[in-house]
Design a protein around this ligand. Structure first.
Ligand code: SF4
Length: 401
């Protein structure tokens, strides 16, 4: 089941636009709503929202494609509206310590500009700071939306040079900003240059474009991405209402062209923090062959307290989902430890006791049982392990440079 873009006719009229305009992603970017006046063309703003526009615009950019704004409902409490519309509560918790919740600005994690390298085998490449929607909960408010756009030529060359020298790297994740706001020419150049580096096996593209401007997934785009395979698309759907007919067409186009798609959602207070909503999103995505991958705890970036759930709430959601969603449909609950501590994962606790011989459990539906360990002397190594040890040792000893 997909949802419709219910306010589309209203929007076409407000902009005197045609269907062809609407289905052109560059039109969606050009006509983005950026100001109170833009939003007022199609929204009746509450007093709170009007105040928020005036007070928050210097704190974090405001932007939405007409397509994404057309998904929002009339109530100020509408989930999509909460994602895209500024709120007075953003002014309440602006501690500087929250400006960089993942420690990405730490010098030790920034070997060259626009590259974040915290794990030996993978690095982030911030190819642009532009997004077509500025989500109010964004983790990277310290970087996104400053209108620096595509990385400058000298920064780009230094970044590619760094990736060549960092021979322990296996994955590069294009992020930002949203890499799919780049032109086809820019994106093709980045993917082609990375693919020429032999030790980089996997490229990931983190993007919200299939959610906020699905018409971006054109035939030419999938051709460019496919050429650089293996490339994984990491989408960012947060709510089942984002899975529209248009979004579904874009996802199926990616998958039909052999591009694996995984989804990373963020649990958000009053938006999707209920198991009924998470299951609806996960099942709709899985049906479209998109793997629900992560269910992230919202990072404490400035002005996001009102949108964050507590870890206890998130654990409760996960616990209720367990047993009702298959492993394929179940996203992993993950928390980024603040200040650069890296990711940690949660699973519900089913073990009730453990000793050397066995472990006892109570399953999700109350079944109690015991797992007996084999005798320690029976544990042997696989006969062909030597074939894989050099590769394993190289991965373990790969250093950040
Ligand atoms: S698309 Fe991603 S990077 Fe851009 S504002 Fe939203 S969460 Fe932040």
């Amino acid at each position: 089941m997909t949802f419709s873009v219910h306010s589309k006719p209203e929007y076409l009229q407000a902009y005197q636009a045609t269907e062809a305009d609407w289905n052109d992603w560059s039109w969606q970017l050009r006509k983005s709503f950026k100001s109170e006046e833009d939003f007022k063309k199609v929204f009746t703003l509450s007093n709170q929202e009007q105040n928020a526009f005036r007070q928050t615009q210097d704190i974090f950019n405001i932007r939405s494609t007409p397509y994404y704004a057309a998904l929002a409902g009339k109530s100020p409490h509408d989930p999509i509206r909460k994602i895209l519309m500024p709120h007075e509560n953003e002014l309440k918790d602006l501690q500087p310590s929250q400006l960089d919740p993942l420690g990405e600005k730490k010098l030790s994690n920034n070997p060259v500009e626009r590259v974040i390298h915290r794990y030996s085998d993978r690095a982030l490449f911030l190819v642009t700071d532009i997004c077509s929607v500025y989500c109010r909960y964004c983790t990277r408010k310290h970087f996104t939306g400053a209108d620096q756009a595509f990385i400058k030529q000298d920064q780009y060359e230094k970044a590619i040079d760094y990736f060549k020298k960092a021979t322990g790297l296996r994955e590069v994740i294009l992020s930002g900003g949203d890499p799919l706001t780049l032109s086809d020419t820019h994106l093709d150049r980045v993917l082609t240059d990375l693919r020429k580096i032999e030790h980089i096996e996997i490229i990931r593209i983190g993007t919200r474009m299939p959610v906020v401007a699905p018409m971006r997934v054109t035939d030419n785009l999938v051709k460019i991405i496919r050429k650089a395979k293996p490339v994984f698309m990491m989408t960012h759907f947060n709510h089942p209402r984002e899975v529209t007919h248009e979004a579904s067409v874009s996802l199926e186009k990616l998958v039909d062209h052999g591009i694996p798609v995984m989804n990373q959602m963020v649990l958000l207070n009053g938006v999707n923090n209920h198991p009924a909503i998470v299951q609806a999103l996960s099942r709709r995505l899985l049906y479209l062959r998109v793997k629900p991958y992560y269910m992230f705890q919202c990072d404490p970036s400035p002005g996001t307290d009102y949108l964050r759930t507590s870890i206890d709430d998130s654990l409760q959601i996960q616990r209720e989902l367990w047993g009702h969603l298959s492993g394929l449909a179940m996203p992993t609950l993950s928390v980024d430890i603040p200040h650069g501590g890296g990711k940690t994962y949660y699973t519900p606790q089913f073990e009730i006791s453990a000793d050397a011989q066995s472990r006892k459990y109570v399953g999700w539906d109350g079944v109690q049982s015991e797992y007996f360990n084999p005798a320690p002397e029976q544990i042997i190594k696989p006969i062909d392990v030597e074939d894989y040890l050099p590769e394993w040792e190289a991965l373990k000893s790969a250093k950040l440079i």
